[in-house]
Design a protein around this ligand. Structure first.
Ligand code: X8Z
Ligand code: ZN
Length: 596
C-alpha cells in the first residue's frame, strides 16, 4: 500500500471514530462524576480502616494490608483521572468543573499507570511510614528510646552532651530510608507526569486555587512579612543560649546548634522558655496546672472538647472516646505522630496520639480536635468537597482555638486559680512566640526542599547538604555534628517519611491568627489581641461553622471571606498579636547582631 492510500484510509478511519464518539455532554460528565465519587468514598473508608490498624499496630501484615488498600485506591483514582480526560474541553457548571479539578489533584502520591510500578510505590510508601513509626534510638541493646521518649528528654534536658547524643541517635532513623525515598520520588514523579503535571511538587502547588507560580510568590510575600519578627526572636534566644552554654557552643553571630532548642527538629522552642531569663512565675505554667489537677490524657482532651462545645458545636460521639488512641501502648509499635481521623466520612471521628501531660501536648489536643470538628462540619458535602478550603485551613482550626487558651480562659474553666496581675504580657507572649513564630521558617522550608527534590534540582547526591542549606538559610540553625550524604536527615521528620505535604503548616501558622482575630471580633471582644479569648461565644462559633461547613466546595478565598471578611492570607493579625513582644525584643537585642 502506498503512503497516500494508507494516510487516506487512516484519516477516514479517524473521522468515522470521531463520528461514533460524539462530544460528551454535561449530563454524561455529571453521571461520570457521581459514580466516581461513590466509588472513591467507599475506597476511602477501606483505606482509613487499613491505615488506622497499621498505624496503631505496626507489623509486616498490617503494613501489607495498608499498602493493598492504598494500592486499590490509587489504581481507581488513576483510572478515573484517565477517564475524566474525555471531558477536558467540555464547558461545565463551576461546581462540576471544580470536582474534576479536585479529582485530578486528589492523590498525594500519584502513581504510574503500570500496576507493577504502582504497587512498588504504594509498598515503598507504607514501608517508609512503618520505619518511622518503629524508629528507635538504642543507647544499649536493652535501652531503646522511641520518639515520644526522645521528645520528652530533649524538651527537659539542659546537658549539651546528652542533647547531642539524643539528636544524633534519633537522626539515625533517616539513613536506611534514603534509597527507597529516591525511588519513591522517581515513581511518584512518573505518576504526576502521566496526569499532566511537571512533577509531584508542581502538582502539590496546584491545589491552592491559583496558578502554582502565584502560590510560590504568595509564600515569599508572607515570609517577608513575618521574617523580621523571626529574626528578632532568633537573636534574643541565641544570646540567652550563648549565656547558658558559652560562645564556643553558641556563637553570638552565627546559627544556633539545632540540638539546643528543646525539640528534635528545632521546630518549636517552647521547652527552652526557662532558659530565657524571665522571672519565674511571671507566666502561667500550663504543664504545672495540668499536673496539679491530676489530669490524665483523656482529661486533657475533655478540656479541648469543652471549648468547642462552648462555641455551640455538638459533643464528640461516644465512639470517639472508645476508639481513639490517647496514650502510647507499652507493648507494640505505633505511629505516635499525632493525627485526627474521620474513618467513615460521617461520625466515626478519632484521634491517635501518644499524649504526655505537658503544655505542648495540650496545644496538640486542640489542634487535633480542630481537624475532627472541621471533618464533621463538612460531612454533608459531596465527597470531593470533604476537605479543608485548602490544607492550611485544616491545620489552622484547632490552633486558632489554642490561641484562645489565655490565663483568663484557664481561670474560667477552673484550671488556674488566680490570673496574674499587672500588665506585663511579655512572658506569655514570648512563650507563645517560641511555639508559633519559631515554627514559621521550619514550616516553610520542608517543602522548599521537597519541591526541589521532586523537580530534580536536588538529587540524591545532595539530599542532605541541600536540607541543611535550607535549615541554615531560613531557620538559622546548624547540625551539632558534621553531616554527610550517608545520612538522610529529612527522613527523621515524620512528614517526609509519611509523605505528608508540609506547606500547609506554614500557611496555618499565619491563617490561625487571622481566624483568631475574626473569632475575637465576632465574640464582641475589643482590647489587645493577645489577651482575647472567645470561649463561650456562640456568635464566634456560628461564624466559624459557616466557614467550616463549606469544606472545599468553593475556592478558599470565599471561605476565608466568610469568617474574616478578607480574601488574602495575610500576616497582619500575627504581627498585631506579637506587636508588644516585637518592640520588647528589639530593645533587648540592641547592640547585638541580628541574623547569622
Ligand atoms: O503534624 C502536625 C500535627 C498533625 S497534623 C500534630 N503538626 C506539625 C508537626 O508536628 O510537624 C502540627 C504542627 C506542625
Ligand atoms: Zn494537623
Amino acid at each position: 500500500m502506498n503512503l497516500l492510500v494508507f494516510l487516506t484510509l487512516f484519516f477516514f478511519g479517524l473521522a468515522i471514530e470521531a463520528q461514533t464518539s460524539p462530544a460528551p455532554t454535561v449530563a454524561e460528565a455529571e453521571e461520570f462524576m457521581n459514580k466516581a465519587e461513590a466509588r472513591l468514598a467507599d475506597l476511602n473508608v477501606k483505606v482509613n480502616q487499613a491505615t488506622w490498624v497499621h498505624d496503631n499496630f505496626i507489623t509486616e501484615d498490617t503494613e501489607a494490608l495498608a499498602a493493598d488498600a492504598n494500592d486499590e485506591n490509587t489504581a481507581a483514582t488513576t483510572e478515573l483521572v484517565e477517564g475524566a480526560k474525555r471531558f477536558e474541553s467540555l464547558k461545565m457548571p463551576p461546581e462540576l468543573e471544580r470536582k474534576f479539578k479536585l479529582l485530578k489533584l486528589s492523590l498525594t502520591a500519584p502513581a504510574p499507570k503500570d500496576p507493577k510500578l504502582r504497587r512498588e510505590l504504594t509498598q515503598i510508601a507504607a514501608s517508609l511510614e512503618s520505619d518511622y513509626g518503629k524508629g528507635k534510638y538504642c543507647r544499649k541493646p536493652d535501652d531503646c528510646l522511641d520518639i515520644t521518649a526522645i521528645e520528652r528528654m530533649m524538651g527537659a534536658s539542659r546537658d549539651p552532651n546528652e542533647l547531642k547524643d539524643l539528636w544524633i541517635g534519633w537522626h539515625k532513623v533517616g539513613a536506611p530510608m534514603r534509597q527507597r525515598y529516591a525511588r519513591f520520588v522517581e515513581l511518584s514523579n512518573q505518576g504526576a507526569r502521566e496526569i499532566g503535571f511537571k512533577d509531584t511538587g508542581a502538582m502539590w502547588r496546584s491545589n491552592y486555587d491559583m496558578p502554582p507560580d502565584a502560590f510560590s510568590a504568595d509564600l515569599e510575600r508572607l515570609w517577608q512579612q513575618v521574617r523580621p519578627l523571626y529574626l528578632s526572636l532568633h537573636a534574643y534566644v541565641r544570646s540567652k543560649l550563648a549565656k547558658k552554654y558559652g560562645p564556643q557552643l553558641v556563637p553570638t553571630d552565627g546559627p544556633i546548634p539545632a540540638h539546643l532548642l528543646g525539640n528534635p527538629w528545632a521546630q518549636e522552642w517552647e521547652n527552652i522558655y526557662p532558659l530565657l531569663g524571665l522571672p519565674e512565675k511571671s507566666s502561667v505554667d500550663v504543664t504545672a496546672l495540668l499536673k496539679t489537677k491530676n489530669l490524665d490524657p483523656k482529661g486533657m482532651v475533655k478540656y479541648g472538647e469543652n471549648f468547642f462545645i462552648s462555641l455551640g458545636f455538638a459533643p464528640l460521639p461516644q465512639t470517639f472516646w472508645e476508639r481513639s488512641l490517647f496514650v502510647k501502648p507499652r507493648d507494640r509499635d505505633v505511629v505516635c505522630h499525632a493525627s485526627a481521623w474521620d474513618i467513615d466520612n460521617k461520625d466515626d471521628l478519632r484521634i491517635k496520639t501518644c499524649l504526655q501531660i505537658r503544655d505542648v501536648d495540650f496545644v496538640t489536643v486542640h489542634h487535633e480536635l480542630g481537624h475532627n470538628i472541621y471533618q464533621r462540619a463538612y460531612k454533608n458535602q459531596a465527597f470531593l468537597f470533604e476537605s479543608g478550603a485548602n490544607d492550611g485551613f485544616h491545620e489552622a482550626i484547632g490552633d486558632a482555638i489554642a490561641l484562645a487558651i489565655t490565663p483568663d480562659y484557664l481561670h474560667r474553666v477552673g484550671l488556674l486559680e488566680n490570673v496574674p496581675e499587672g500588665d506585663n504580657d511579655i512572658p506569655q507572649l514570648l512563650k507563645q512566640a517560641l511555639d508559633r513564630v519559631a515554627f514559621l521558617p521550619f514550616g516553610l522550608l520542608i517543602d522548599q526542599w521537597r519541591w526541589k527534590v521532586f523537580s530534580g534540582e536536588v538529587t540524591p547526591a545532595n539530599y542532605n547538604q541541600s536540607w541543611w542549606n535550607l535549615r541554615l538559610k531560613y531557620q538559622g540553625v546548624a547540625p551539632p555534628v558534621t553531616r554527610s550524604e550517608a545520612d538522610f536527615d529529612p527522613g527523621a521528620k515524620y512528614h517526609v517519611a509519611g509523605n505528608v505535604p508540609y506547606m500547609r503548616y506554614f500557611l496555618a501558622h499565619i491563617l490561625e491568627f487571622q481566624f483568631y482575630r475574626a473569632l475575637c471580633q465576632a465574640s464582641g471582644y475589643s482590647g489587645p489581641l493577645h489577651k482575647c479569648t472567645f470561649f463561650g461565644s456562640k456568635e464566634a462559633g456560628a461564624k466559624f461553622n459557616k466557614m467550616l461547613e463549606m469544606g472545599q466546595s468553593k475556592p478558599w478565598p470565599d471561605a476565608l471571606e466568610v469568617l474574616t471578611g478578607e480574601r488574602q492570607i495575610d500576616g497582619g493579625a500575627l504581627l498585631e498579636y506579637f506587636a508588644p513582644l516585637r518592640k520588647w525584643l528589639d530593645e533587648q537585642n540592641k547592640g547585638q547582631k541580628v541574623g547569622w
